[in-house]
Structure formats: structure tokens, C-alpha cells
Design a protein around this ligand. Structure first.
Ligand code: IMP
Ligand code: MG
Length: 172
């Protein structure tokens, strides 16, 4: 097991998520959004975020698997579970746990673009800005983090720790 140290507390997370929800609400005023959670990492963030969005939303989920090892994504993504509905003419808000190289999201975004949505925006809880290896525009970002392996609040280490209500780093 890991020796955990809190990086972002539950209070800090919830405060920032309320702010993001308010910002999304004002940006989409008078419109509807399909909030698309990328499982499994995005699940905690999505369920808290949508509570603070005050325009009509639908929740959709996508499961993707990235080829490569546990720490580095290859950017070649296999869709294991797709959205239940067509997205033509809809506003899509992709909700992710963390963006690292950016490859996973870029791949997902390209797949979704072919389905002719009205718009696609990205909302990530955490952003490893300095690790970016490809261009992907991020409209909503919770926190910038450095090049450390972070866990908790949806993020896993070997599938464990997703249930932590805060973000932690391993100081083992
Ligand atoms: P990217 O394609 O390099 O942007 O990788 C993004 C994916 O890698 C995320 O959705 C996570 O599943 C995983 N990932 C990247 N950094 C971390 C981390 O620090 N902790 C846990 N998962 C991470
Ligand atoms: Mg992920």
C-alpha cells in the first residue's frame, strides 16, 4: 500500500467544482448539455460537478481503454462502451479526471467530431500542463498539477484509491 499525502483537500476540490459549475452554467445559458463522463476516472468529478450546473443536462458515459502501460498512455484508444445516443447537433462537455500527454482526449475528441455535434468542450479536474505532447484545447480546468502520480477522487493506482474524497500523492 502507498504512503499518502494530501495534495488537494476535499474542501478545496468542492469549492473549485462549485466555481466550475457556475462558470459552465453561465456559458451555456439557454442551452442543453450532454455531460460525457470518461469512466472510470471521471466518475467522482462528474457526479459532483453536475450538481452545480443549472441548465438542462443529460449524463452519458464512455469507457475507453488506452493501450500502453499503467503510467503512460499511447493515445490509441479502444472504445469499450460508447454513448447511448447520437450527438448530432448537441453540446458535448467531456468530463475527465486528468490530462497528461493529452493523447487520450485528442483521440476521443476526434472520434466525437465525426458525429457532428454542435460543440465539444473539455472539462478536466486536473491538468499536467507541462506534460502535454499534443495540442488539445481545454475550456475548463480545476487544478494544474506537476509531474507526480496522483490518486484519489476517481484516480486510481492499480484500480485502488478511487474512493478517496481528496487528491493524494504517494510519499512512500
Ligand atoms: P494522457 O492520454 O497522457 O493525457 O493520459 C490521460 C490518462 O492517463 C488519464 O485519464 C488517467 O487515466 C491517466 N493518468 C495520467 N496521469 C495520472 C496520474 O497522475 N494518476 C492517475 N492516472 C493518471
Ligand atoms: Mg482516465
Amino acid at each position: 500500500m502507498l504512503k499518502l499525502e494530501t495534495l488537494i483537500s476535499e474542501q478545496e476540490l468542492q469549492k473549485r467544482i462549485r466555481e466550475l459549475g457556475a462558470q459552465i452554467t453561465s456559458d451555456y445559458e439557454g442551452q442543453e448539455i450532454i455531460v460525457l463522463c470518461i469512466l472510470k476516472g471521471g466518475v467522482m468529478f462528474m457526479t459532483d460537478l453536475v450538481k452545480h450546473i443549472q441548465v438542462p443536462i443529460k449524463m452519458e458515459f464512455m469507457v475507453v481503454s488506452s493501450y500502453g502501460d499503467a503510467y503512460k498512455s499511447s493515445g490509441v484508444v479502444k472504445i469499450l462502451k460508447d454513448l447511448d445516443e447520437p450527438i448530432e447537433g448537441k453540446n458535448i462537455l467531456i468530463v475527465e479526471d486528468i490530462i497528461d500527454s493529452g493523447r487520450t482526449l485528442r483521440y476521443i475528441k476526434n472520434i466525437l467530431k465525426e458525429r457532428s455535434p454542435k460543440s465539444i468542450s473539455i472539462c478536466t479536474l486536473l491538468d499536467k500542463v507541462e506534460q502535454r505532447e499534443t495540442t488539445v484545447s481545454v475550456q475548463y480546468s480545476g487544478f494544474t498539477v506537476g509531474d507526480e502520480f496522483v490518486i484519489g477522487y476517481g484516480l486510481d493506482y492499480k484500480q485502488y484509491y478511487r474512493n478517496l474524497p481528496y487528491i493524494a500523492v504517494n510519499k512512500g
